[in-house]
Design a protein around this ligand. Structure first.
Ligand code: BEZ
Ligand code: FE
Length: 287
């Protein structure tokens, strides 16, 4: 254990961490050392580059607060959030495809009655959302809790405004009805840049990447006995569908807006003005 060099140090460190008694901890620590050492052996950083890397991670940590999670953004732009999502949700099953949660979810959003307008104080093109929630067999999931949130028509979330958590709009929590159906009214959201005024933005700039996500509406759907579904519906035709900065777009989640004249809607609800309708039937996986 003395005079270790670049050929021998990796095994020495792995041997040291292999004393961790908890098997999963041991597995993770060993893999961390193996891959981190392989990374350094590949890039052969100078001392100055290594310090720069540590300074970068220090800035990422310092940027984090109760309303800003720069490490999550870092994981998102490096595709790691979607990789972990893919590892945990096999594609191609009957359940609705999943995507990233993102940093703008708020726990305990205001509960609203079905049909409510959720974009108080916002201007934009009127949007109608009509959805259903069912299980693999097509049985309705009555009473499913449906959390929704989206950006305004300038591409900002409520929590990014001065009022922060005190000024929520463009989000709500609904309970699906006895047939698993839900609906609400809002405004059509716009594509937007993820927060890029911190170290993650600097990394995007260094990589000559744009910071944009295509327009979308977030959904989190929960019901007892089912895996909580975290997903979005992406608005067909939005810019950036093919270059989402966080790699979150899936073909199955891109939905066209359909013009819906005022009056009785395609799903039997009643609206008073013409709207752009977003419709989707969500399928939950059993736990
Ligand atoms: C979002 O869709 O809200 C989001 C996702 C990842 C990073 C930033 C924002
Ligand atoms: Fe979003």
């Amino acid at each position: 254990m003395r005079n270790l060099d670049d050929n021998t140090i990796t095994d020495a460190v792995i041997e040291r961490v292999s004393g961790a008694p908890e098997p999963r901890t041991r597995e993770i620590c060993e893999a961390l050392v193996r891959h981190l050492h392989a990374f350094c052996k590949e890039i052969r950083p100078t001392q100055q580059e290594w310090r720069q890397g540590i300074n970068f991670l220090t800035r990422v940590g310092a940027m984090c607060s109760s309303t800003r999670q720069e490490f999550v953004l870092l994981s998102d732009i490096l595709g790691v959030s979607m990789l972990v999502d893919a590892i945990n949700h096999a594609a191609g099953g009957a359940q609705t495809e999943t995507t990233v949660l993102g940093p703008f979810y708020v726990e305990n959003a205001p509960e609203k009655a079905l049909g409510s307008f959720i974009a108080e104080g916002l201007e934009g093109q009127p949007m109608l959302v009509e959805g259903s929630v069912s299980d693999y067999a097509g049985n309705p999931v009555a009473g499913a809790i449906v959390d929704v949130w989206h950006s305004d028509d300038e591409g900002f979330y409520d929590v990014q405004g001065e009022g922060g958590l005190a000024d929520l709009t463009g989000r709500a929590r609904f309970h699906a009805d006895a047939n698993g159906n839900f609906w609400f009214r809002s405004i059509v959201p716009r594509f937007y840049p993820i927060p890029y005024d911190g170290p993650v933005g600097d990394m995007l700039q260094a990589q000559r990447r744009h910071p944009y996500r295509p327009a979308h509406v977030h959904f989190m759907i929960a019901a007892p006995g089912f895996d909580t579904l975290v997903t979005h519906l992406f608005i067909g035709g939005s810019p950036y569908l093919d270059s989402d900065v966080v790699f979150g777009v899936k073909r199955e989640l891109v939905v066209g807006l359909e013009p819906q004249p005022g009056g009785k809607t395609a799903r039997g609800n009643t609206i008073d003005v013409d709207m752009q309708a977003l419709r989707y039937d969500f399928v939950l996986a059993p736990v």
